[in-house]
Design a protein around this ligand. Structure first.
Ligand SMILES: [Zn+2]
Length: 132
């Protein structure tokens, strides 16, 4: 931390920057003018702020996929949810098994794989659009 040595006002500047960013309350000593009522108000404000932030981040974290709002987290967690065979985007967790095992959705499994697993395993795939 050589910066502290170079600039004796560094700590003051940091404190100032913090108070500018988060409000003077943050850097004040908690005891200086703290009372239960203030704490109540503070907590209430904090609660409202958090609720606002939650709503904002909720909106930001959702993306529209085929007209449906989906949480980005969900997309990131399972980015490979689009069936490579029929291009259908699936949110059905029951498809996961088929996606993992046969690289296609449940519908495609029934249509193209069931009973013909060997053909599927050799890499055979239906022509795109054929299953419409
Ligand atoms: Zn499919």
């Amino acid at each position: 931390m050589s910066k502290t040595k170079q600039d004796p006002d560094y700590a003051l500047k940091v404190e100032h920057a913090i108070s500018e960013k988060y409000g003077a309350e943050t850097v004040q000593h908690p005891q200086s003018d703290w009372n239960p009522q203030k704490e109540q108000e503070y907590l209430e404000q904090l609660r409202l702020l958090n609720r606002k932030l939650d709503k904002i981040s909720e909106k930001l974290e959702k993306v529209e996929v085929q007209g449906v709002l989906i949480s980005k987290k969900l997309l990131n967690k399972d980015s490979n949810r689009s069936c490579p065979v029929c291009s259908t985007y699936s949110f059905d967790t029951r498809d996961n098994v088929y996606m993992t095992k046969y690289t296609c959705c449940r519908t495609c499994y029934y249509q193209w794989v069931e009973g013909r697993e060997e053909r599927w395993a050799t890499g055979w795939r239906p022509d795109k659009g054929e299953n419409k």
